[in-house]
Design a protein around this ligand. Structure first.
Ligand code: GN1
Ligand code: MG
Length: 366
């Protein structure tokens, strides 16, 4: 038995999973937590799988608060969906907690493993429309959730203005001596700084409403039915917090309407696909149009560009400060990610009016 197996077996015991642990695999989609699919053979011979996840303690300073949020949010959603629909379910330990801490101080949780498929770069417009529907529906399910019951798991998570302030402080400090090699990228972020702060300013002035949002709407956070392509359930609820509808829309576009992966090194492959943009928008707006204000609809494109610049700055910031936040697969991975986001942002800039026009034609059925 290797060390990971031994650890997972121990965690399974804490959550009283039934049967005998016999296999695991790593689920590598996330950039933050460490996720495993584990299989148990039950004594009647059937096999049951679960997802076991180690919460990243560097990113999430208070896992107990996250798990309290998740308990409330999943219960709320369960109370709204028809019986039989798949929802996320977290297992509990003997003392009734939906997480446990190991002897090294790491936090772990266990949830149901849903038989499903996920997408990264996706060229199927129906899937993209369905992803939009899923995130739009998710937001509507939580529209009556009392935001005061939510802990803020990462303060100022999509406060782009603050993110950029921190970015330029880190550029100034240059703790790893990496700034000199990324001057063009820094200049590019500097040139977009004022524009990228606009949405934060609208939020600060109260002109756009705070809603309960997902805040991490990559399409691989939607699980789809393998056969029908229907969305089954939205996952990764760590960052459910008060936020803007445009953040959820924008982050999804950033990821799903890119012609390439978010860490594509060949920048000639990176651009905004307006067909994908339209498909996702149709799904998202079909669910949310009744609730969104005109200003929200009018700033969806701004949300997409803002979140793309924000993430470029976050990846580059992590590179400059020594790759402590995002998991990386190779030296310079965060720089590659940042360059990809900057290229995408430039293309979004060129297609900005078209993005606005597409959103408005869907929302107002012109
Ligand atoms: C992280 O958790 P994961 O890997 O889905 C990050 C997001 C970024 C994303 C970029 C808590 O998402 O904000 O958009 O990487 N999550 C957190 O891939 O920082
Ligand atoms: Mg996440």
């Amino acid at each position: 038995m290797n060390a990971i197996q031994a650890k997972l077996t121990k965690i399974g015991e804490r959550f009283r999973l039934k049967g005998k642990f016999y296999a695991y695999s790593v689920l590598a989609n996330g950039n933050i937590n460490t996720t495993y699919s584990v299989k148990y053979r039950r004594f009647d011979g059937t096999v049951k799988s679960y997802v076991i996840q180690r919460i990243n303690g560097y990113v999430f300073k208070n896992p107990a608060e996250i798990m309290e949020n998740i308990e409330g949010v999943t219960e709320h959603i369960r109370s709204k969906v028809p019986k039989g629909k798949i929802t996320l379910r977290f297992h509990h330990t003997e003392d009734g907690k939906n997480y446990c801490q190991d002897e090294d101080g790491h936090y772990w949780r266990v949830m149901n493993d849903v038989d499903s498929v996920t997408f990264n770069v996706c060229n199927d417009m129906d899937i993209l429309r369905n992803a939009g529907k899923a995130f739009g529906e998710f937001q509507m399910q939580l529209s009556d959730y009392n935001a005061e019951n939510l802990h803020v798991t990462i303060p100022d998570f999509h406060n782009t203005k603050k993110r950029l302030e921190k970015f330029f402080e880190d550029v100034e400090a240059d703790p790893c001596g990496r700034v000199a090699e990324v001057m063009p990228e820094i200049d590019s972020i500097r040139s977009m700084r004022r524009f990228a702060s606009k949405l934060t300013e609208l939020q600060e002035s109260g002109k756009v409403p705070l809603r309960v949002t997902h805040n991490d709407t990559k399409i691989n956070n939607v699980l789809f039915d393998k056969k029908t392509g229907e969305p089954l359930v939205v996952i990764d609820l760590d960052t459910v917090m008060p936020g803007l509808a445009m953040h959820d829309f924008g982050d999804a576009i950033r990821f799903a309407a890119n012609t390439a992966a978010e860490d594509e090194p060949d920048l000639t492959k990176v651009s905004l696909d307006l067909g994908k943009f339209k498909a996702f928008s149709e799904g998202f707006i079909s669910q949310t149009a009744g609730a969104l204000t005109d200003l929200e609809i009018g700033t969806m494109a701004l949300g997409a560009l803002t979140i793309t610049i924000e993430l470029a700055s976050r990846f580059l910031d992590d590179y400059i400060t020594g790759d402590k936040y995002f998991k990386t697969n190779y030296e310079g991975h965060n720089l590659v990610r940042a360059r990809c986001q900057l290229k995408l942002a430039e293309d979004m800039w060129d297609k900005y009016e078209q993005m606005e026009q597409i959103v408005s034609s869907i929302a107002y059925k012109k």
